[in-house]
Design a protein around this ligand. Structure first.
Ligand code: SAH
Length: 364
C-alpha cells in the first residue's frame, strides 16, 4: 500500500491530467470524463458511489488517489444554521477555514488560499499565525465543494419545511485565510477549475478575490481571460498610517497601488471594490474619509471606477484596537457619499463563531 502522502489528490488534477492517469492505467479516455463529472457535477465523495466505473478500476484508483487532502475537524454554526464555518486541518494539522453564508436569494462561500498568512496586518487574526502553508488548488477547491454539498443539505431541509433556498452557490469569495496573490498559481488554478463548463461550471463574474494590494498580482489578473471581481484592502488614506497597519505598504505604497488599480480598470473596464476596515480613532475620522475621497476622486483626473466597502473592525483576541461604533461608521460613509464615492457598509455574518472578516485563526 502507498503511504497517505504518496496518493494523488484528485482535485489537483486537471481534465488532461485525469486522461493521462487513465492512459497509465490502460483505461480509455472517457473514463476520465466520467470521473471528472463525478467530482465536479455529482459532487461524489467516494469511489463506491461511482457505480458506472468497473469495480476493478475503482479498486485500483482507491490505492493510487485520494479525494481529500483536508480533514474536516469542526463545523460551527450561527444565524439558525444559515452561517457555517468549517475548520479543516492540513495533513500536518495546520488550519484552513471556510465560511458558508446562506441568504434567501443567494449563498456565498468565503475560502482560504493559505494556511495562516505572511502579510502580518496588525488588525487581523490570521496574520498572527504567520505563514504556515500555501494551499494547493485542490485544497482550495475542496472548501468550495464542501460548501456546495452543505448548501444542498440546507436547501433540502428547507424544502421539507416548505421553504425555498437555492441549492447552488452564487458567490465564491477568496477572502478567508491568506493572501491569494501570494499563492497566485494555485489560487488561479482553482478559479479555472471551478469555472470549467464541463465540470463545476461556476460563472467567472461570481468569483471575487481580495488582496492586500500586491501590485504584480493586480497586473497579472488584468491579463487573465476570466472576468472575475477584484477587491483591494486599502484601510488607510495615507502611507504613514497604512504602513503602520499593513507592512505590505512599505513595498507597495498607496500611489503605486492606486496607479495599478487605475490601469486595471482601464484595461478590464471592471469596477473594483476597496475594503476599508474601520478602527476607532485610528482611521475613521471624517478628515480621513475626505483624504480617501481625494484618492478615489482626485481633482484633476477621472474618478476611479470603484466602490468602497466599509467593514467595522471585528475584535481579535488580545488586540488593543477597537471597533468604530455605528455612528462613526455612518459619519465616515456620509463624507464619502457627499463626495460622490459609492460606498456601502458590509453586513457581516458569523462574528459569534469567529467567522467574520479577519477572525479566521483556526481556533475551535
Ligand atoms: N489577504 C487578502 C484576503 C483576506 S480578505 C486581503 O487582505 O484582502 C479579508 C478582509 O478582511 C480583508 O479586507 C482584511 O483586511 C479584512 N480584515 C482583516 N482583519 C479584520 C478584522 N479584524 N475585522 C474586519 N475585517 C478585517
Amino acid at each position: 500500500m502507498p503511504m497517505e502522502q504518496d496518493l494523488i489528490h484528485l482535485y489537483n488534477l486537471t481534465r488532461v491530467d485525469l486522461i493521462r492517469l487513465m492512459g497509465e492505467l490502460g483505461q480509455p479516455a472517457f473514463r476520465a470524463k466520467q470521473i471528472y463529472r463525478h467530482l465536479y457535477v455529482n459532487l461524489t465523495t467516494s469511489f463506491d458511489a461511482m457505480t458506472d466505473l468497473p469495480t476493478a478500476l475503482r479498486e485500483t484508483l482507491a490505492g493510487r488517489v485520494t479525494f481529500t487532502s483536508l480533514t474536516l475537524r469542526t463545523i460551527l454554526t450561527a444565524d439558525q444554521g444559515m452561517t457555517r464555518k468549517a475548520l479543516f486541518a492540513l495533513p500536518d494539522g495546520s488550519p484552513a477555514e471556510a465560511v458558508l453564508m446562506v441568504y434567501p436569494d443567494r449563498a456565498t462561500v468565503c475560502v482560504s488560499s493559505q494556511s495562516g498568512c505572511p502579510m502580518a496586518c496588525v488588525f487581523c487574526a490570521t496574520g498572527k499565525l504567520g505563514h504556515l502553508h500555501d494551499l494547493t488548488a485542490g485544497q482550495i477547491i475542496e472548501q468550495v465543494l464542501w460548501a456546495e454539498r452543505t448548501l444542498k443539505e440546507i436547501a433540502a431541509d428547507a424544502r421539507s419545511r416548505g421553504e425555498k433556498i437555492s441549492d447552488h452557490l452564487t458567490n465564491v469569495v477568496y477572502m478567508g485565510m491568506g493572501e491569494p496573490f501570494n499563492n497566485y498559481q494555485e489560487w488561479w488554478t482553482s478559479v479555472e477549475r471551478l469555472h470549467d463548463p464541463e465540470g463545476f461550471n461556476f460563472g467567472a463574474r461570481n468569483f471575487t478575490v481580495s488582496t492586500v494590494g500586491l501590485i504584480p498580482g493586480i497586473r497579472r489578473l488584468a491579463e487573465e481571460s476570466l472576468p472575475i471581481n477584484l477587491a483591494i484592502s486599502l484601510h488607510a488614506p495615507d502611507d504613514e498610517l497604512r504602513s503602520n497597519m499593513m507592512p505590505v505598504n512599505r513595498r507597495y505604497p498607496i500611489k503605486d497601488l492606486i496607479d495599478a488599480v487605475r490601469d486595471y480598470t482601464a484595461q478590464t473596464r471592471r469596477r473594483v471594490s476597496f475594503e476599508y476596515v474601520l478602527l476607532k480613532e485610528k482611521n475613521d475620522l471624517p478628515e480621513q474619509a475626505e483624504r480617501l475621497a481625494d484618492l478615489l476622486r482626485p481633482a484633476h483626473q477621472a474618478p476611479l471606477l470603484c466602490h468602497v466597502n466599509l467593514i467595522p473592525w471585528n475584535p481579535v483576541p488580545g488586540s488593543p484596537l477597537s471597533r468604530s461604533d455605528r455612528k462613526r461608521v455612518l459619519a465616515f460613509q456620509e463624507v464619502l457619499l457627499q463626495r460622490g464615492v459609492a460606498c456601502t457598509v458590509r453586513v457581516e455574518r458569523g462574528a459569534e463563531i469567529a467567522a467574520a472578516c479577519g477572525q479566521l485563526a483556526g481556533a475551535v
